[in-house]
Design a protein around this ligand. Structure first.
Ligand SMILES: [Zn+2]
Length: 209
């Protein structure tokens, strides 16, 4: 039985970081539709252990993950498991958008810091530096792939208002989470992301821990 539930909003083109305890559930919600959220996870007790796209996709033998799939660390431990998914299309191939993304792909002269910069700022208080940011699990990001050539495109998310993906923590974690800053990934507009944490433990857990 859920002992605690809280709701939070990540404003457009921003990010946040927080902790989860083993057994907690994190719901990432697209409140408006067609908005991506980049998710990172680190072992709370040893931040050298981090979410790994390569290991997760290797073990899944698929690139599109959904309900029931585990997300592995660089040490092949399960960090999170997807326990609910109302969309069924997410990306785990592409790195967080960044100032370099906007300079190289969009030609911006004065680029936004993107999910990468937002994640680096949010994770800094936890002692996690920018070089420790890997490929994120990109909730709702829609990257169809041509099976014959491997060519891919970034298309608008398939998520509609109120769609969600829910993760359960399989160890104590630090989570980084964004409302993605890249126009192409988000159907051409920047929107917020909502999230909820459902604590598995006692109601006496402080809400900020
Ligand atoms: Zn982004």
């Amino acid at each position: 039985m859920a002992a605690e539930c809280r709701h939070r909003e990540i404003p457009p083109r921003s990010g946040t970081a927080f902790t989860l305890a083993k057994g907690d559930r994190l719901s990432v919600i697209d409140p408006c539709g067609e908005q991506v959220a980049d998710l990172l996870a680190y072992n709370r007790h040893d931040v050298g252990e981090v979410i790994s796209s390569g290991r997760t996709l290797d073990y899944a033998s698929r690139i599109y993950l959904t309900t029931g799939d585990p997300l592995y660390s660089n040490r092949s431990n399960v960090l999170l498991r997807i326990v609910e998914d109302t969309v069924g299309r997410h990306d785990f191939l592409l790195t967080p958008c960044s100032a370099d993304t906007f300079r190289i792909i969009y030609g911006d002269a004065d680029p936004h810091r993107g999910c990468f910069g937002n994640l680096a700022a949010a994770l800094a208080p936890f002692g996690i530096g920018p070089d420790a940011i890997p490929v994120a699990f990109n909730c709702f990001m829609n990257v169809p792939i041509d099976a014959a050539t491997g060519a891919f495109t970034v298309e608008p998310p398939l998520s509609r208002a109120g769609d969600r993906i829910v993760f359960e923590a399989e160890m104590d974690l630090i989570i980084g989470l964004t409302a993605c800053s890249a126009l192409q990934s988000n159907g051409g507009s920047f929107k917020p992301i909502h999230y909820e944490i459902t604590r598995s433990g006692s109601a006496s857990l402080p809400s900020n821990f």
